[in-house]
Design a binder for this molecule. Structure first.
Ligand code: CA
Length: 743
């Protein structure tokens, strides 16, 4: 429920500026690219290098397969694709900024995005132009050296779409390919824009069923003449799939479903017939089945394959989803498909019979690695479940599976069978259990970076314990009916906050940045972070690891030790990954800021609210970042509570069914979206009109009239007032105790 006022969504003026850059900058490269001593340039990709017409190379956004494959050698100053190259290693060969001079980094330019929504995107840099998306999928092209806007494009995502997005109005990026910008929208469309002007070239609807809550938050990937896109929605009850479109025309090339549909209707492919053998007993297709591919889709030029990172089940609990047991393919799996046809090649399932929201959608990095004396082409991933996988991408053979975070749901992965050994002590079917990782994962979508020279992966990890509890009614009956428009996890959420508040000695949230050796499972260094939810990483040939964190700091660390060599405070929590690029011989580091997840006083978002910006740093940059006003957290005096104890209890349950995911547990917002305890008198008066009438739907607060009636809304309202009174009284008592001198 978005109620308080404040900086709202981007309306995107879409001023179309002529792209007046001189793009023939390739000749300038080389001067600033020097590799650090003792390192060698990595071998160029083995795949064939397509020929390109020289005339076309002058066009804006002219990214080709060959150019991405030769990026280390020919375009080290570019960030051409989501993970920089097809391999998505997020390692830059630029070394102009290094351990010896990084202390001199300062802000070169910044761009205010005017948003309080989480900012998670990776910008791309092609020939001196930076392309990126802000919340609501507003796309921008700016001069990468100055931040001056060249064009912007607002795809006009309806505000009420926010209700169908589990985790916010999020966009993780766009693709630039052969003169086009490919933009996917929260409401499920895929667009191609002219990279030079931002004008729309084509648009397709990727959603197969508009009655279901499909959303797109991930970045499309473009390669081999196609654009690949998946979607999210498994919390609401959907069936996952990925679609490939012809990049030039938008014509559909293929679609790969990740879980089987209703068997009585037949199967789309042999892969679905095989998968259906691993589901049993329930009508999973009615709830959806899940398996959404909402983040990683990686193209491999070595095998002309696409790797799909497949998500969790719909619903989360397997006792409801597939009561007869089974692995439930291809949930929580990495699936390799043929890039040209979408035909299944192989899969590796990280979590057979997912029961915990353990997605395998996290970023994947491709590399050549010597494993046990054998040179292998590998894929590496740290999915939510806490194990770090090294997989042979020629056939899906599991090579390593060491834990990278605290894991209690399983004891280990059996390397003979490739299957995890579940820990019977944490089974939650009969009694609630604190389990690690929780649905936040031991690591989530935040990008990781691979330093091939050191054989280390740098990634943010966390211990975010979650109380898994199955509501009694489902446990006893085994019957669950999908609720359109609501979360369909078949887990306890309505009473979860009450259960947790009644407990003592709650487990702590912790966050770490680690340098991880995937072959030995060793953490070569570990930084314990002040906040548990932090940003992605970037590694460079300057022997540096860059990361933004929840406290608002961007840091550069020594790749060998983790020691912070430079820090800047941006006053906004950071979850997005940094990138680096060069223009005219000058190296920059850029990062998007703004976000928030945990109501934690260490978070910049808690202190200041969330202020989305794109900030570019360079050596000697001298633009000042100014501290914003502190968020006013003083809870106003409340109206008298008129509801009965039963109505307040019902309001509590309804709030934690429908409202908490955006506005925070216990009506305590982490910042960013409005904290309802701080509502103004006007918002209290308008509460019914906002929640049922949808008067603020343009900001993302859609009507809930399909799920709630006026009486329920008043119960929720009274519950929020009761929380405000409780927290206000506690704050007043604390202030009074602090003012009274000790005897
Ligand atoms: Ca999920």
């Amino acid at each position: 429920m978005t109620i308080a006022t404040g900086a709202g969504r981007q309306t995107g003026a879409s001023a179309l500026w002529a792209l007046a850059l001189v793009l023939a900058v390739a000749a300038a490269f080389g001067a600033y690219v020097y590799l650090a001593e003792g390192r060698s340039a990595r071998a160029p990709a083995a795949a064939p290098e397509p020929a390109e017409a020289p005339a076309e190379a002058a066009a804006a956004g002219w990214v080709t397969d060959g150019r991405v494959q030769r990026a280390d050698a020919d375009d080290p100053g570019m960030w051409l694709a989501h993970g920089r190259t097809h391999e998505e290693q997020r390692f830059s060969p630029l070394a102009g900024i290094h351990r010896g001079n990084v202390a001199g980094l300062g802000v070169a330019w910044l761009k205010d995005l005017g948003t309080y929504h989480p900012v998670e995107a990776t910008p791309l840099v092609v020939d001196g132009v930076m392309y990126f998306t802000a919340p609501w999928n507003v796309a921008y092209a700016v001069d990468a050296a100055t931040g001056a806007e060249l064009w912007s494009f607002d795809p006009g995502v309806p505000g009420e779409t926010a209700r169908a997005a589990c985790c916010g109005v999020i966009s993780r990026g766009l693709a630039v390919y052969e003169g086009r910008v490919h933009l996917a929208t929260l409401d499920g469309r895929l667009l191609a824009l002219d990279a030079g002007t931002g004008s729309k070239l084509w648009e397709v609807d990727t959603v197969i069923d508009r009655e279901r809550e499909y959303t797109i938050t991930g970045a499309p990937r473009a390669a081999a003449g196609k654009v690949f896109i998946g979607n999210g929605g498994a919390e609401y009850g959907v069936r996952g799939y990925v679609t490939a479109y012809d990049a030039a025309t938008g014509e559909q090339a293929w679609r790969f479903f990740t879980v089987p549909g209703d068997p009585s209707l037949g199967f789309e492919s042999e892969a679905m017939a095989v998968a259906a053998q691993t589901w049993s007993g329930g009508a999973w297709w009615e709830i959806g089945g899940g398996g959404t591919v909402w983040n990683a889709i990686v193209y491999d030029p070595d095998f002309d394959a696409v790797y799909l990172g497949v998500g969790n089940g719909s619903p989360w609990t397997r006792a409801i989803r597939s009561p007869g047991g089974g692995d439930n393919l291809y949930l929580a799996s990495i699936v390799a498909v043929d890039a040209a046809t979408g035909e299944y090649r192989w899969h590796y399932q990280t979590v057979p019979g997912d029961n915990w929201d353990y997605t395998a959608v996290q970023d994947m990095a491709l590399a050549d690695l010597v494993v046990d004396g054998v040179e292998r082409k590998v894929l590496m991933q740290a999915p939510k479940n806490g194990f770090f996988y090294v997989i042979d991408r020629s056939d899906g053979t599991l090579l390593r599976a060491h834990p990278y975070a605290t894991v209690t749901w399983a004891t280990r992965v059996d390397m003979e069978t490739g299957r995890p050994i579940e820990n019977p002590d944490t089974a939650y079917a009969d009694a609630p259990q604190w389990i690690l990782p929780g649905p936040g994962g031991g690591h989530n979508w935040q990008a990781m970076s691979w330093d091939a020279g050191r054989g280390l992966m740098y990634l943010g990890t966390h211990d975010l314990p979650f109380l898994y509890a199955m509501p009694e009614e489902y446990r006893e009956t085994g019957v669950y009916k999908r609720r359109p428009g609501a979360w369909n996890t078949a887990l306890e959420f309505g009473r979860l906050n009450q259960m947790i508040e009644a407990m003592e000695n709650l487990p702590e949230n912790k966050g770490y940045l680690i340098a991880f050796d995937p072959l030995t499972g060793q953490r070569v260094w570990t930084v314990e972070q002040a906040h548990a939810w932090n940003g992605g990483t970037l590694a460079t040939a300057g022997d540096l690891v860059f990361q933004g964190d929840g406290t608002g700091h961007v840091s550069a660390r020594d790749a060998d030790t983790g020691e912070a060599l430079w820090q800047a405070q941006t006053y906004a929590s950071i979850v997005a990954p940094p990138i680096t690029y060069a223009v005219d011989g000058e190296q920059y580091v850029a990062i998007m800021t703004g976000g928030g997840y945990l109501p934690d006083e260490a978070a910049a978002t808690w202190k200041y609210g969330s202020h989305g910006q794109l900030i570019a740093f360079k050596l000697g940059g001298d633009v000042a970042l100014t501290e914003p006003a502190l968020r006013n957290l003083e809870i106003p005096e409340q109206r008298p509570i008129t509801a009965s104890a039963e109505d307040l209890d019902r309001g509590d349950v309804l709030y934690h069914e429908y409202c908490w995911a955006c506005h925070g547990p216990g009506a305590k917002s982490p910042g960013g979206l409005p904290d309802l305890r701080l509502m103004t008198a006007e918002s209290h008066d308008a509460f019914q009109a906002i929640v049922l009438g949808g008067t603020k739907q343009d900001t993302g607060m859609a009507s809930f009239a399909d799920l709630l009636d006026a009486q329920d809304v008043e119960r929720i309202h009274q519950y929020i007032v009761s929380r405000a009174v409780k927290d206000r009284d506690a704050a007043l008592a604390e202030a009074s105790a602090a003012a009274t001198p000790a005897e």
